[in-house]
Design a protein around this ligand. Structure first.
Ligand code: PEP
Length: 259
């Protein structure tokens, strides 16, 4: 069972520089309002986080890191830690398919990042999902199962309260080939059933589970109205302020209290 509260995350990936991010935020802030039951989160380039954190109305938007390193400090040239992000971001993506498949991050890395985020007061958004070939082989549930087990190992029930799960089938990300709502429901039911097995019924009901994968302004409502879906992780369609604002509008309409 999903929450009435919705979480909508914009993942800008390696797009928009600092100035463009700031202009975008200015434009978006005029288009969306503060809604009690819709939390908006922006994940800009790491470079823009500091600027946006000074600019943003924190009641209107929270910020997320797209990535970070799991150690807190030390000789790790070029890396940024969750400790350094503390106070700037409220959320961080972990295990995004591009991190797993382009940068070959393993479940062990993912697990270390989930722990590092929580240790630093940042809510991890643990992304799980199967590739096209895994799906064709009928392995979707097994893959999700392994990624959840891998990412959440050593996480206590109290810590789980901080975790958000995003179901993001790899074949749907950035392809325009969004998953069918029934398939999303089936995958999320399976995620909740594993959480129930690991942490109990209350945790399984309360954990926020998002869908991500080629969501557009046109398709957003198809997911937001599903009983199992607590929000969206939006890549491509979040790069245009108007299209993202329309998605946000759909999220308002999907809550019990409406717009
Ligand atoms: C993503 O980056 O997590 C994502 C879902 O991207 P897109 O919406 O472009 O598929």
């Amino acid at each position: 069972m999903a929450q009435d509260k919705k979480l909508i995350i914009a993942n800008w990936k390696m797009n928009l520089g600092v100035h463009e991010s700031s202009l975008y935020l200015h434009k978006l802030a005029e288009k969306v309002k503060i809604h009690r039951d819709v939390q908006l989160v922006l994940a800009p380039t790491m470079l823009a986080l500091q600027t946006l954190s000074l600019q943003v109305n924190h009641r209107q938007f929270k910020l997320a890191a797209q990535n970070f390193y799991w150690r807190d400090h030390g000789a790790f040239t070029g890396e940024v830690s969750a400790t350094q992000l503390r106070g700037i971001v409220s959320y961080a993506l972990v295990g995004h398919s591009e991190r797993r498949h382009v940068f070959h991050e393993t479940d062990k890395d993912t697990r270390a990042k989930v722990q590092a985020a929580i240790r630093n007061g940042i809510r991890p958004v643990l992304c799980v999902g199967e590739t096209a070939s895994e799906r064709a082989a009928g392995e979707t549930k097994d893959i999700i199962h392994d990624q959840l087990l891998g990412g959440l190992a050593n996480i206590t029930s109290d810590e789980l309260d901080q975790v958000i799960i995003a179901y993001e089938p790899v074949w749907a990300i950035g392809t325009g080939n969004n998953a069918l709502p029934n398939d999303v429901t089936e995958a999320i039911v399976s995620i909740r059933s594993q959480i129930k097995h690991l942490y109990g019924a209350k945790a399984s009901n309360e954990i926020q589970v998002l869908y991500g994968g080629s969501v557009t302004a046109d398709s957003a409502a198809d997911y937001l109205t599903l009983a199992e879906v607590d929000g969206l992780l939006v890549g491509g369609a979040s790069l245009d302020a108007q299209s993202f604002a329309t998605i946000v509008e759909k999220a308002y309409n999907s809550t019990k209290k409406g717009a």
